[in-house]
Design a protein around this ligand. Sequence first.
Ligand SMILES: [Fe+2]
Length: 240
Amino acid sequence: MSDFTRRQAIGTAALSATGAALAATHGSAAAQVPASAAAAAFAGKHAPKPLPFNPAKLTGLSEKLITSHWENNYQGSVRGLNTIETRLAAAMADPEFPPVAYSGLKREELHRTGSVVLHELYFGALGGSGNPGGSIAEALGNWFGSHDAWAAEFRRTAMSLAGGSGWCVLTWNAHTRSLHNYWAWDHMHGAVTGTPLIALDMYEHAYHMDYGTAAARYVDAFMANLDWAVVDARYRAAIA
Ligand SMILES: [Fe+2]
């Protein structure tokens, strides 16, 4: 074999190997491994959590409002998340399922998950006296200068979303190890490495029935019903 022929043979072999590697990589990225509907990730078995308080006993938030919010908006998100998970399993079983359509399902998975989690944090911290206490109250005073200064910024953040949609979220940022009132335009807006401690729903469905467009009065009512023992437990778990 001449040098030219040998080099050509080596080059052809190298190209073939590269092609095989690329094909393997591509095959891996686009692998069509059917998802088992029994797998937890695609089971679609999320169950709504009951309200941890009597909705007729809150101050300034009507039973009709709370019940409607819990039944329609929250449970609707739970049902939606379950549907999306089963659709993801079906899509994974379809080799021809378009990537752009899969993108839509993944977006909706994130959206519904955010809604379920934030609503559970919202309802889960209601039913209290509104009187701050515990290590979280002390920490907020330290970070913001005073508890009132924290509360003022929390309310300002909430009102910046009034008339639109979103969440005002007191968050423990595990990366910066600090507390912040974060602005969330929708269910998918969360601080990276953030653990929500208080989630205030600023979508109009959360207050319009009781307060119309008077969102500030709704924020007052939310604060008056906060269970700070719950918030403190979340904080202590987050910093542990
Ligand atoms: Fe809501």
